[in-house]
Design a protein around this ligand. Structure first.
Ligand code: GLU
Length: 468
């Protein structure tokens, strides 16, 4: 008889407080890949109980970011604020089971306690005044005070788990004081909601940032008090920025959507982020399908990963070059529009395919496309410098030869140029530079024969007419 294996269910549980950067979305990518690898279920849960900081726009940013990256969820979004009744019912259950108790200590009493402890060189912690114990007399309940609910943490022993990234992690229970799980108004607190959700959503693997390691022992206690074994945990090391600080909005981290808007490709982003904290041998470039096929928790990195903008560009450039011309054109088009360039005359798929060789992003390609879709406005000084009398004569001649070419194609154009260089005894740059300026307005372009071939012959004739 084979053992029943619980279905794999993972979640991404962001707080919608305005911003998601690459480190955040990586915490969606790995649970997504893990669920996909195992044919499991990936869930989006919006942790919006911080009502002061949570906004609907931020929820949209999360959903748009996941959508752009292709991290589609199978269930959700669930919203914690819509689950309050359920949390209250579970709070009651904990109180009835003796796992939680009301605590009437006021904020000022707590402050005074903390001060005393710190003055005595102790770590500040709740002292258990209201914790019921057999044979212990509790203080008299003060009138008119709404209590908080505290979770009754086991006093002795320890709690731990085999973290898929960190290995064995243990906490002594006497390090953990009795956590507040409901505020005086009855609203549940963060760690408690997470556990109720992870139970109700039958989460099998929690893959999240290691800033939650200190919450985990508390969460495990709540799981057990509710009669459940905790899920498997994998706590991901931080992502550092290029200066070696934790990636955060405060020190310049950019939003995921900003990368989209700058012309990064979603597949490139998935590939880059996959490698930022996980590896498969030496593989640097792999498809989304390969990633899903290879992804496992065993090869998550144990130390902090550092963001490297140059590497991201390199990966993006790779994906840019791999796109089929029609897909490339389709992806570049919105960027052209944003730059106010009108796609006309020159075929965008052909132009973008030529230009991507020197681009890192879709935006780069669109900007370079300006040479095809904007009237050239060559800088007068540059023109003066490059359009020497000799060059002028050669270009005039070239114009006649080009006019007579039987086919308007790059090899024929290249041959014509070679012929003119020979007759005029000039070097390529002497003619190519002014020619580029006249036709495209730019000094730097891909190979001139390929560029000219993309324009119509009429356009080239027209732009060279000013030389006469
Ligand atoms: N809402 C938490 C955060 O945004 C994640 C909680 C979790 O994954 O357990 O950091």
């Amino acid at each position: 008889m084979s053992a029943t294996i619980a279905p794999i269910r993972t979640r991404f549980a962001p707080s919608p407080t305005g911003f998601i950067h690459l480190g955040n979305i990586r915490s969606a990518l790995y649970p997504w890949a893990f669920a996909r690898h195992h044919g499991g279920t990936f869930i989006l849960r919006v942790e919006d109980t911080d009502t002061e900081r949570s906004t609907q726009e931020a929820v949209k940013v999360i959903i748009d970011s996941m959508d752009w990256m292709g991290l589609h969820y199978d269930e959700g979004p669930y919203y914690q604020m819509q689950r309050m009744e359920r949390y209250r019912a579970v709070l009651d259950q904990l109180v009835e089971g003796g796992h939680a108790y009301p605590c009437y200590m006021s904020t000022s009493e707590l402050d005074a306690l903390r001060e005393r402890q710190m003055a005595g060189g102790l770590k500040p912690r709740y002292d258990g005044t209201w914790r019921p114990e057999p044979g212990k007399a509790l203080p008299e309940v003060p009138a008119g005070v709404q209590p908080v609910l505290r979770f009754r943490t086991p006093a002795q022993g320890s709690v731990g788990w085999d973290d898929k990234v960190k290995g064995r992690v243990d906490f002594a229970n006497d390090e953990l004081d009795d956590l507040v799980i409901a505020r005086p108004d009855g609203t549940p607190t963060y760690n408690f909601c997470v556990v109720v959700d992870d139970i109700d959503m039958r989460i099998s693997h929690v893959i999240r940032g290691d800033d939650h390691v200190n919450n985990t022992p508390r969460q495990i206690h709540i799981f057990r008090a509710l009669g459940h074994e905790p899920p498997v945990y994998a706590h991901l090391p931080t992502v550092l920025n290029e200066q070696g600080d934790k990636l955060s909005k405060r020190n310049g981290a950019r939003s995921v959507l900003q990368y989209r808007d700058e012309g990064y490709l979603a597949d490139a982003m998935v590939n880059y982020l996959a490698r930022l904290g996980w590896s498969h041998g030496d593989a640097e470039i792999f498809t989304r399908e390969q990633f899903v096929q290879w992804f496992d928790l065993e090869h998550l990195g144990r130390s902090a990963a550092q963001f490297d903008g140059e590497k991201l560009k390199w990966v993006n450039a790779h994906y840019l070059r791999a796109l089929a011309p029609a897909d490339l054109a389709q992806q570049v088009r919105p960027f052209l529009q944003r730059l106010g360039l009108r796609e006309q005359g020159v075929d965008l798929a052909a132009a973008a395919t030529l230009l991507r060789e020197r681009a890192h992003t879709l935006l780069d390609v669109a900007q370079l496309c300006g040479m095809f879709y904007a009237e050239p406005e060559p800088d007068a000084d540059l023109l003066l410098q490059h359009l020497t009398p000799a060059a002028r004569a050669a270009i005039l001649d070239l114009r006649s030869v080009l006019q007579a070419l039987p086919v308007w194609e790059a090899p024929a154009i290249a041959a014509a140029m070679k012929q003119i260089l020979g007759t005029h005894q000039l070097k390529m740059p002497q003619v190519a530079m002014p020619l580029r300026l006249l036709v495209t307005g730019r000094l730097h372009t891909p190979s001139l024969d390929a560029v000219l071939a993309l324009f119509s012959r009429d356009t080239v004739m027209h732009r060279l007419a000013s030389v006469a």
